[in-house]
Ligand binder design. Structure first.
Ligand code: PXG
Length: 283
């Protein structure tokens, strides 16, 4: 495996950043997680755009142009001979002192890792996922915007620990108003009374790129679509539920907090949207 670090490639065992990098010391940095299909990164320009937005959100200047970044991602994928894989793009604040001062970090580091995919087991796509509600509340956007895909994922990790303890692969996170926000690394959708619903950005979510593509596909197929605040009640009483993420694509959810959603198996709309999504990725 060849890992890209700021213009050079390193073997996995040689790929290192400084312990003084504020990405390490403070989680001061940003990232993107992308998927490639047949050697092509899905919605690469959307990911690059979101990376630039995250950077702006934390006053971090990325030392490349967007075109150069796209080229570095594609080159790393090609060099590693990965066709269907997962790409992690990271930009750290760079090496600084032990203090918080970001302005002393003069050289942001850009890291690109292209790896094989680690997916949910197939069985979960066939039978659906069971999730639980975390008692860890999704960070409030007025404190730290979930739109910034930052290197500090502790909020999500604390929720994921709760999932693990409950024997689940994902976990539902509520916002500080008690509304449904998203899962630890996926967005959530429900289908209810002929309408596809997902929480709006104001619910305090990361606006996933998969989420956006699914909304586009749903509109194209003539489904009624609504970005609307929702509660756990809406999920319990939904006809169908699924999660979206770059790695997961669309994955059905059949139980929340041990309560059966809909018929307790992946729904028809979910299956149809997954099929259409997969067609979109293979175009
Ligand atoms: N919400 C959160 C909080 C995320 O981190 C998504 C939604 C889905 O976004 P995309 O753009 O991928 O549709 C994410 C992204 C993993 C992993 O290994 C996943 C993410 C982040 C870090 C690791 O599964 N998800």
């Amino acid at each position: 495996m060849k890992i890209y670090i700021s213009g050079k490639y390193f073997e996995r065992s040689e790929a290192r950043v400084s312990v003084f990098d504020h990405g390490f010391l403070y989680g001061d940095g940003i990232f993107e997680g992308m998927r490639s299909y047949s050697g092509k990164v899905f919605r690469l320009s959307d990911h690059i755009e979101r990376l630039w937005e995250s950077a702006k959100g934390i006053a971090l200047e990325i030392p490349f142009s967007e075109v150069e970044m796209e080229r570095a991602v594609n080159d790393t994928l090609l060099l590693n001979g990965i066709s269907d894989g997962y790409i992690r793009l990271i930009v750290t604040r760079g090496e600084g002192t032990l203090g918080l001062d970001h302005h002393l970090c003069r050289e942001p580091q850009v890291i690109i890792i292209a790896d094989k995919l680690a997916l949910y087991p197939n069985e979960l796509y066939e039978n659906g996922l069971e999730i639980v509600t975390a008692s860890t509340i999704r960070v409030n956007p007025s404190m730290l915007s979930p739109q910034v895909k930052s290197l500090n994922y502790l909020n999500n990790i604390l929720a994921k620990i709760e999932a693990y303890k409950a024997g689940c692969a994902e976990v539902l996170m509520l916002n500080s108003r008690g509304e449904v926000a998203e899962c630890s690394g996926d967005n959530i959708f429900i289908y209810k009374r002929g309408e596809l619903r997902t929480p709006p950005p104001e619910a305090g979510i990361l606006e996933g790129i998969t989420r956006r593509v699914v909304l586009e596909i749903a509109v194209k197929t003539g489904l009624r679509v609504k970005e609307t605040p929702m509660t756990r009640h809406d999920v319990f009483t939904a006809d169908e539920c699924f999660l979206t993420g770059s790695a997961a694509e669309l994955i059905p959810v059949v139980k929340l907090d041990n309560r059966i959603i809909g018929k307790g198996k992946p729904g028809e709309i979910t299956k149809k949207l997954l099929k259409l999504f997969q067609e979109e990725t293979r175009k």
